[in-house]
Design a protein around this ligand. Structure first.
Ligand code: SF4
Ligand code: SF4
Length: 125
């Protein structure tokens, strides 16, 4: 690096202010929303609890319970590779553009499918 470039960089860093933001108070909108991988979002109502996403996940971030009808994700493990989105047969996973809020706990995000409403009785003749 030339002395001129180094001096320019040093002065810019000295007087330019921080390059980081006070997230989440200040949020930067993504430049390329279509290509941004923020976080996994699930439409839990469409999930059939087949575990295909859990088996494909390279970081074991997803846990599925068919009996409990529960789908969980450990967001600290997720590397936003999109593999679960691609393998889901019901297309109920997608990559939301926004980022999750910071947290001080290591809790999983747990989604439980609400019970289906009873089918209406057919009218008796
Ligand atoms: S692959 Fe899709 S349908 Fe199957 S458990 Fe995962 S989210 Fe649910
Ligand atoms: S995006 Fe990748 S790492 Fe994250 S939950 Fe899906 S398969 Fe696992």
């Amino acid at each position: 690096m030339s002395v001129f470039r180094m001096t320019t960089t040093t002065l810019r860093n000295l007087f330019g202010g921080p390059v980081t933001r006070r997230y989440p108070a200040r949020v930067k909108e993504p430049h390329h929303a279509a290509r941004t991988r923020g976080h996994i979002h699930i439409n839990i109502e469409a999930c059939i609890f087949c575990s295909a996403c859990s088996k494909r996940c390279p970081t074991d971030a997803i846990t599925v319970s068919k009996t409990e009808k529960v789908w969980e994700i450990d967001r600290l493990r997720c590397c936003t590779c999109n593999a679960c989105v691609e393998v889901c047969p019901r297309k109920c996973l997608d990559m939301a553009v926004s980022y999750t809020l910071p947290t001080v706990t290591k809790d999983h995000d747990v989604f439980k499918q609400p019970p289906k409403p009873p089918k209406p009785e057919s009218p008796t003749e």
